[in-house]
Design a protein around this ligand. Structure first.
Ligand code: ADP
Ligand code: MG
Length: 344
């Protein structure tokens, strides 16, 4: 207790949401102070870092031959170890530099639930190298549920659906542990890719993943909405004559493009519900399903899940920062941290 108090006086502990699309850093006593895309631009000749975060994301699909913009966690797992380490190191330095403390920080990191032993070690090592005193890892769904304010320490069943960039994770939590979890590599990135393919097939137009993401956020939906027919202008390169061209696409078209991704997400929730132990499933009828992650913001997805499951469905207050808020909360509750931290 006293030691805890003393260490808090002299160090600012950090919590990190290491996401496939976005990385957030939470500083104890401050809140989320960094929120950047998980992208690193690397100079190929010497593997040096050219840019990290927003600036590097701007470069996706636009880099000259000697620079590569890389998403090190692209498919829900750590696809590029070295680059992931560099990114984590950069973000920790950037925040720790602002909160120079006497003691090195403890760091809690939220990681995808499918992470392997080797990946865990890589994440732990890079945080240690970046100056951590101790590193704790916790699973993303647990962090998201805590961040969304769900009472996961109690014996009742809680279902959280986290739709990120690389994966959708559906988890049932009880007594601070994951009772059951389904994870699929179908989330925001796949939706973007589906839009790229749709525009290519129907308009012979080639667009990049960033533009596809912008279309999704602007007019994407999972269900027929309020009757308003939103459209968006899309610029790309014509596949036939190779010339830049502008087209207009409507929300029905994008809904069609996204329908397969959306169906997979709904199916995953259904499978998870079927496999949940009956006592907990009964709890979920009362408590309902909470959605988190950026994909939870897709228009109409909550309503669709409500219709398909006949359960109450809500979107967390801050779906994009739930994981960071959850890992941050755990910094202040040692007891809870011990329960949720992943073993080595
Ligand atoms: P991760 O945890 O994998 O980093 P996030 O929870 O940060 O993922 O969510 C990022 C994903 O959410 C991206 O694929 C992004 O395009 C998507 N996203 C963000 N805002 C919206 C929105 N309004 N509608 C649909 N998808 C969105
Ligand atoms: Mg996330």
């Amino acid at each position: 207790m006293l030691l805890n108090f003393v260490s808090r006086m002299f160090s600012r502990d950090l919590a990190i949401d290491l996401g496939t699309s976005n990385t957030l850093v939470f500083v104890q006593g401050e809140g989320v102070i960094l929120n950047e895309p998980s992208v690193v631009a690397i100079r190929l000749a010497d593997q040096s870092v050219v840019a990290v975060g927003r600036e590097a994301k701007e470069m996706l699909g636009r880099t000259p031959g000697n620079v590569a913009a890389i998403r090190p966690l692209k498919d829900g797992v750590i696809a590029d170890f070295d680059v992931a380490q560099k990114m984590l190191h950069h973000f920790i330095e950037r925040t720790a530099g602002r909160y120079r403390a006497l003691l090195r920080p403890r760091i809690v990191i939220g990681v995808p639930s499918g992470i392997t032993q080797v990946e865990k070690r890589a994440v732990r090592d890079s945080a240690m190298q970046a100056g951590a005193r101790e590193v704790y890892l916790m699973e993303e769904p647990t962090a998201a549920a805590i961040g969304a304010g769900m009472p996961i320490q109690e014996p009742g069943g809680n279902m959280i659906v986290t739709i990120g960039g690389g994966t959708t994770e559906v988890a049932v939590l009880s007594l601070a542990g994951v009772v059951y979890c389904e994870s699929v590599r179908m989330a925001g990135d796949e939706m973007d890719e589906a839009i790229v393919q749709y525009v290519k097939k129907h308009y012979n137009l080639l667009i990049g993943e960033r533009r596809a993401e912008a279309i999704k956020i602007a007019i994407g939906s999972a269900l027929k909405g309020d009757g308003e027919r939103r459209t968006v202008e899309v610029k790309g390169r014509d596949l036939i004559d190779g010339i830049p061209k502008t087209i207009v696409v409507g929300e029905e078209e994008i809904r069609e493009a996204l329908s397969e991704s959306v169906a997979t997400i709904v199916e995953t929730v259904r499978v998870c519900l079927e496999r949940t132990p009956p006592e907990l499933a009964a709890d979920i009828i009362d408590t309902g399903i909470v959605m988190a992650g950026g994909g939870a913001l897709l228009r109409g997805l909550d309503e669709l899940l409500r219709r398909e499951t006949a359960l109450p469905v809500t979107v967390a207050d801050n779906p994009l920062s739930c994981v960071a808020l959850g890992t941050g909360k755990v910094l202040d509750e040692l007891e809870l941290l011990r329960k949720v931290a992943l073993g080595r």
